[in-house]
Design a protein around this ligand. Structure first.
Ligand SMILES: [Zn+2]
Length: 465
């Protein structure tokens, strides 16, 4: 093709291969929700369909049907079976994939979890693929089916009457906003006032940190009153069990502070009352804890134990929301976690803020680095030995050590510098984070680092462009 013809073709057909087909050609205004079970252990997994639902208005951006971020341990892809055209895709993570990295999952024992994918409700039959990543982080298909949207087995019940709901902050059409729904767990009917107060408090905390402050009008915040029979949250490690609406529990995978729910169906039913892109669960508990899984849920405790600083839960909320909304990885590496080798150091993690710095792989945040040396020198040996000493120190010495560790992170020469700092993703060696400190690194009210901040802004743009 001559240069002139090529140029002419681009002028006439500027959108070929660049954008997806108009949403209304293939989808109605409603949402299709596909619930399925995954059963398995570390070495094998089986998927089976549970139920398909038609839910309310699709809250996502109709111009952002294809997710090219490559974020998430899983992807859902929806195709036109006649032409194989990709109509919709979205990355997400699951509790099951995390469980697979625990010691418990290494045994022969299989476990079942309930999961959900959502997309705009199709006008005609579509082909659905669910993909997972292999050890090298390449996607492979784990579940496929053709869905006929006219099938009588699709559940169209309306759950609205079961829950009271309202907008806490409304900034406009859900199709052009990030819609966050806040649910409560462990709140009885009498405690709904306290739940509403907490929802206000943590919404305010989110919009006190950049880049959310500058983008606050890009968000709608919804509240759904989920009432529990018992007050408080399960503490299995201490033999304490409560009958709550969403089954949120401490001691997830044996970790006392890891707070995740088990009742995905109840969560999805409650959330479906409003248009939503992200689900946050506030728990009626004073014990430090939280959890966040990309495009599924974030949890946060809402009270405070006597000796704990008041800001801890606000830190947890914004940190966990980073996992949920943007797929940010944990940049810290000195805390005890339930996983073993969560990120193999010979594979580049997909998270936007962690790198294995592998040769021949472009650095994800290269354009933000400038002339900072890679890896970037920092007082890691001193930080690590202080961390070791902290583990066996008594209370007063521990505070002194924590102060010294904080001073290392506040090194003036490194503040605001983007580089590659060794120690990230629960690994002391072989994984790197973009800055000396970040809301995804230390337990503090420090800002998100420039790399995390850009990833959050990119995600906001995906929903609002
Ligand atoms: Zn960061």
């Amino acid at each position: 093709m001559s240069t002139f013809v090529k140029f002419f073709a681009i002028l006439i057909f500027p959108s070929i291969g660049l954008t997806s087909a108009p949403c209304e050609d293939f989808f109605t205004d409603f949402t299709m929700r596909v619930d399925y079970f995954v059963t398995g252990n570390a070495s094998q997994e089986f998927y089976s369909l549970d139920r398909i639902y038609q839910e309310g208005e699709w809250s996502g951006n109709r111009k952002s049907l294809i997710d090219s971020s490559n974020l998430g341990g899983h992807y859902v892809r929806v195709y036109d079976p006649d032409t194989n055209q990709l109509l919709f895709s979205r990355g997400y993570c699951t509790m099951f994939s995390e469980w697979k990295t625990t010691e418990e999952a290494q045994s022969e024992q299989m476990y079942t979890m309930h999961e959900t994918v959502r997309f705009p409700f199709p006008r005609k039959s579509v082909h659905l693929d669910i993909e997972a990543r292999d050890r090298k982080n390449q996607f492979y298909t784990v579940f496929s089916m053709v869905i006929d949207p006219h099938s009588q087995s699709i559940n169209k019940e309306k759950k609205c009457e079961n829950y009271k709901s309202y907008a806490l902050r409304y900034n406009g059409d859900p199709a052009r906003k990030v819609d966050v729904v806040i649910l409560g767990d462990g709140y009885t009917k009498k405690e709904m006032k306290s739940f509403r107060k907490s929802a206000q408090k943590y919404t305010k905390a989110l919009f006190e940190i950049e880049p959310y402050v500058s983008c606050r009008e890009c968000f709608n915040i919804w509240l759904v009153e989920t009432i529990s029979r018992d007050s408080g949250i399960d503490l299995p490690g201490e033999g304490i069990w409560r009958d709550t609406a969403l089954g949120t529990s401490y001691y997830t995978f044996g970790s006392p502070r890891y707070l995740l729910p088990v009742d995905n169906k109840a969560i999805r039913d409650a959330a479906s009352v409003v248009p939503y892109d992200c689900i946050v669960i506030l728990t009626n508990s004073a014990r430090y804890g939280g959890g966040g899984i990309y495009n599924w849920i974030a949890t946060c405790y809402t009270g405070k134990e006597e000796a704990d600083p008041a800001w801890w839960s606000e830190y947890v909320f914004t940190h966990e929301f980073g996992h949920l909304f943007t797929g940010l990885g944990d940049e810290y590496y000195t805390s005890d976690v339930a996983y073993s080798e969560f990120y193999p150091t010979d594979v580049e993690p997909w998270e936007p803020n962690i790198t294995a710095l592998l040769p021949q792989k472009p650095l994800k945040w290269q354009d933000q680095i400038g002339d900072t040396p890679v890896p970037t020198p920092w007082a890691k040996a001193e930080y690590d030995s202080l961390d070791q000493a902290r583990r066996t120190a008594n209370d007063s010495v521990r505070l002194e050590i924590a102060q010294k560790m904080k001073e290392i992170l506040q090194n003036k020469n490194l503040t605001g510098v983007v580089g590659c700092f060794e120690g990230a993703g629960y690994a002391s060696h072989g994984l790197y984070r973009p800055a000396i400190d970040c809301r995804m690194f230390s337990k503090s009210l420090v800002d998100f680092c420039p790399v995390c901040s850009r990833a959050i802004k990119d995600m906001i743009y995906f929903y609002t462009k």
